[in-house]
Design a protein around this ligand. Structure first.
Ligand code: ADP
Length: 569
């Protein structure tokens, strides 16, 4: 909140003034009552009433200032927090995301941030106001009549005791409610993002039940929280207002004995009500505070999360233009300390301009090897060298900026085709985008679309065919002009025409770059300069296709059994 200190200072001042006026009110009422009952002077009555009106007008202005300024500050702080949280999430490593669902993370961005917003724009101010009312009211009561004050003060510790004991219970309940809601969000997000799968397996009712049971769990937690809150407030209200009855009873006896005036009694009563109301309000704020603590913990835990893969403190500069030589030096990798080794001592070299195909049975470690090069993960042991430097010494942005990734199942962002291609390089001109589309053989289908490059594609590009999506993904990488390419070949075959276009697009993309292909097509391996045959995380064979066939090892067996290839189109 530091950047907003002026607003907070003005708001705090306003809060002080409005509370002071609120505290002065019973005193003025006392004079008003005494003017009516004791001195019976109409003139006094009029001027006091007018005075009160003016006082409340002033209070209104400060109320406005306080509520507006704190509200606005709360909104600004939370907008800033959400933005920071989101950009923090984007920096975290893939390992972090495999442990958490995106539904849970959106829940942090939305509902937890909203809880914090309520605290900042409203509840903190309310807390101060009620504390002032409590302390001010008790002080004035003490000053005006110590006997009555003693009664009121006797109730206070009781209330504090109740609040503390319930508070811990309420916090536990609140955290549980939020966690259950995050669980339910995770289910909803997953089902909605994979709606074709859900519907094709006729799993709508099953998903609805799954969501329903999570919601039921959150409802159960919320109901038990509601029950606890109800009990809490019931007991509290009785204790607080029971105290008022005692004050009134005692005050009435003092009036009967002629020790105080009716006006004094009314002002006592008003102070006592103020104090009681402050106690109840503080108790409710205590509950809200517990709830906010849970939300704050979850938000700040995320903000404090350190990405496992980070920039080196002083990155080395890699020459911009040169195509580097990549070397895997005895690379061992496992996804976690308890996981089996996914790569076991991989030794491999990608010479500048070379096309190297990774082949091997499923689970052999091909994707893992490719993702290590992108530093989605770091090797557990061993080094990946980029022109003799460890890639961990290179700035992440430089490293990933030099690598182009064409995924197996290209997904598009919602937006236009132009925006989707331009994702490859910010600041690309329209001409560059169109040129990239031509290089990827995407131009002819784009031009046939009703709005050409400005055609909107659905959230995941559902309105385009698989081959068209692949060519857009290729155009995106063409625009990026990477020095190293990682191609994860689609396992599903396209129709012959699309296949040919995609293949040509890839050929033009690969020209003049080092390419690492996770290969599934016979034609690809035949054309590759070299194949690395992986099995169980080890490179078991290496060499060109023809040579490996002659060797009659694993590759030849896989090839003859057609275990790794799609039928050639
Ligand atoms: P390929 O691409 O050759 O099919 P992968 O590189 O995907 O093989 O997988 C290699 C091994 O690592 C497999 O045993 C797989 O189960 C495991 N693996 C892959 N991804 C993860 C992950 N995120 N967490 C844990 N294990 C993984």
């Amino acid at each position: 909140m530091r950047p907003h200190r002026t607003a907070v200072a003005v708001a705090s001042l306003s809060l002080l003034l409005t509370t002071a006026i609120g505290l002065a009110f019973p005193l003025v009422v006392r004079f008003l009552m005494d003017a009516a009952f004791v001195t019976r002077s109409l003139e006094n009555l009029n001027s006091i009433a007018i005075g009160l009106l003016i006082l409340f007008a002033i209070k209104g202005v400060f109320n406005f200032l306080e509520v507006y300024l704190l509200g606005a500050t709360g909104e600004r702080v939370i907008a800033d927090l959400r933005t920071r949280l989101f950009s923090k999430l984007l920096d975290l490593s893939p390992g972090f995301f495999t442990e958490r669902s995106s539904g849970e993370l959106t829940s942090r961005l939305t509902s937890d941030c909203s809880t914090l917003q309520a605290v900042l724009s409203h509840q903190v101010a309310e807390l101060f106001r009620q504390v002032l009312y409590l302390v001010g009211g008790l002080t004035l009561l003490a000053a005006l009549h110590p006997q009555l004050m003693v009664t009121t003060a006797a109730v206070a510790p009781l209330v504090v005791l109740i609040a503390l004991s319930f508070g811990r219970f309420l916090r536990r309940k609140s955290t549980e409610v939020q966690d259950r809601i995050a669980d339910a969000n995770a289910v909803a997000e997953e089902a909605l993002s994979q709606i074709p799968i859900v519907q094709s397996f006729v799993r709508e009712r099953w998903e609805a039940d799954r969501y329903g049971s999570r919601i039921q769990a959150s409802l159960r937690a919320a109901l038990s929280r509601a029950w606890a809150r109800g009990l809490f407030f019931g007991v509290l209200a009785f204790v607080a207002f029971g105290g008022i009855v005692i004050v009134l009873w005692q005050g009435g006896r003092l009036v009967l004995a002629g020790q105080i005036t009716a006006g004094e009694l009314v002002s006592f009563l008003l102070y006592a009500v103020q104090v009681a109301a402050a106690i109840t309000a503080l108790a409710s704020l205590w509950g809200a505070y517990q709830q906010a603590q849970g939300a704050a913990r979850r938000v700040f835990d995320l903000l404090d999360e350190e990405p496992e893969i980070a920039d080196p403190p002083s990155p080395v500069l890699v020459p911009e233009a040169a195509i580097p030589e990549i070397e895997f030096r005895d690379v061992w990798f496992r996804y976690g300390p308890d996981e089996p080794w996914a790569l076991q001592g991989v030794q491999a070299r990608l010479r500048p301009g070379e096309v190297v195909a990774l082949v091997g049975p499923s689970g052999a470690g091909k994707s893992t090897l490719a993702s290590l090069l992108l530093r989605f993960w770091d090797p557990t042991r061993g080094v990946i060298a980029w022109s003799t430097r460890d890639i961990r010494e290179v700035a992440l942005g430089d490293l990933r900026g030099a690598i182009g990734l064409v995924p197996q199942e290209p997904t598009l962002f919602s937006g236009t085709i132009r925006e989707n291609i331009a994702y490859g390089r910010s600041g690309a001109t329209a001409a560059e985008i169109e040129q990239a589309a031509r290089a990827a053989h995407a131009d002819e289908f784009i031009e046939r679309l009703p709005e050409g490059f400005d055609t909107l594609v659905g959230e995941r590009g559902v309105r385009l065919s698989g081959g068209q999506r692949q060519r857009l993904a290729i155009a995106r990488v063409v625009l990026k002009e990477p020095r190293i390419l990682i191609l994860d070949e689609a396992t599903s075959s396209l129709d012959t025409e699309s296949e040919r276009l995609v293949e040509e697009a890839l050929a033009s993309l690969m020209a003049g770059r080092t390419t690492l292909i996770i290969a599934h097509r016979l034609r690809t391996v035949q054309r590759a300069d070299r194949l690395l045959v992986l099995d169980g995380g080890r490179v078991v064979e290496e060499g060109p296709h023809d040579e490996l066939l002659l060797r009659d090892g694993l590759y030849a067996r896989l090839y003859r059994g057609q275990l790794i290839f799609e039928p050639a189109v």
